[in-house]
Design a protein around this ligand. Sequence first.
Ligand code: FAD
Ligand code: UDP
Length: 384
Amino acid sequence: MSSSTPKVLIVGAGFFGLTIAERIASNFDIEVTIVEKRNHIGGNAYSYINSDTNIEVHKYGSHLFHTSNELVWKYVNRFSNFTNYQHQVWTSYQGKVYSLPINLHTMNTFFDKNFKPIEAKEFIQNQIFKEGNLTPTNFEEKAISLIGRTLYDAFIKEYTHKQWNVDPKKLDQSIISRLPVRYDYNNRYFSDKYEGLPLNGYAELFSKMIESNKIKILLETDFFDIRKDLNPDILTIYTGPIDKYFDYSYGGLTWRTLDFQLEILDIEDYQGTSVMNFADLEIPYTRIHEFQHLHPERKKSIKRTIISKEFSRFSEVGDDPYYPINQAKDREILKRYRYALSKERNVLFGGRLGTYQYLDMHMAIASALSMYENQIRPLFKKFI
Ligand code: FAD
Ligand code: UDP
């Protein structure tokens, strides 16, 4: 490679960073370096095989792949085959288990009825009508406009308090719009056209994405430790937190972080499903993941299982931020950072942390593919 060949630095080896690296290395004779502060690639979608049990553990909580985007589905299938796993979630409320997302089965068991779809619709519509608010402007109003106050109080209110610890009137309604409400017995958690898990695990998929020898990965390397020594002409794709990049000069954006408590248990099956939510406030965790259920096609030879309890709290300095809280004050701060980034030379911001957006994996990949096509490829065309 000649000395005039451009070099690219990618900060963060999550789906966004890996997709950009893969696209550049597959199409150009250009060297790509990825710096990742953790000791592994894959970002929050990382998983590993626990050697005692042979169970694939999703370190940062179960990551279910789902998309209706043909391009993204074709793209990920180049690196791995996928199982036909379809996610279902159950929720425990006052000691009883109900089906999610809220569907006819949830309604009938909760209200002790045998409603047909049309009867359930009428019943819930009456509840919604009593509230009298037809134009919701926040999370709470939106949720009540979808399911009425009784179901909201049982399944959403306290869970949301544990997850966000923010007045639900101050949360954005898009958060609850993620969950469908169904008047039939369909209890698939996602409604996308394609769904599944990497057949041999996420690790194989990630390593296939970066198998080109033009891609170099530096693990346990924090961008902020090497930033001052970088050549200002290097093109940087930054997928870390946007506020940190600007040294919090307009203030810190608010995020939630998570703690996971892993337990290996000497029993065959702990909860009978991959994810159980806990709706009651007095149970301190939001959900329990039991990873063996994500791969029912894998044969298990020993009677042990692995569970992970998920606890949510405000992210403080030194924590890994996970969920943007995105209140009005955050949106004001974000506007100022967006303006600041438009003035930056040779830096592009992407991914969940770099854009302060609640992105699923398929959305992170779609947005990386689009950044590559629209902003990166045109820059490098002459190096083909
Ligand atoms: P990340 O995966 O967060 O990667 C960013 C990387 O940048 C990290 O590895 C980080 O260590 C690194 N980094 C940050 N700062 C620096 C720095 N200064 N120097 C070097 N490296 C740095 N999506 C789904 O589609 N399905 C799911 O079921 C699902 N479940 C989820 C469950 C949880 C608990 C969470 C938190 C998220 C879930 N997601 C899910 C979302 C999914 O994790 C994201 O879509 C995906 O991780 C986004 O990829 P990314 O590359 O933008 O960010
Ligand atoms: N939610 C809830 N009860 C549940 C599941 C979800 O109140 O049992 C609310 C909660 O506010 C959550 C949001 O719906 O943050 C979106 O749920 P989802 O399962 O998509 O959250 P994620 O998997 O992204 O944490």
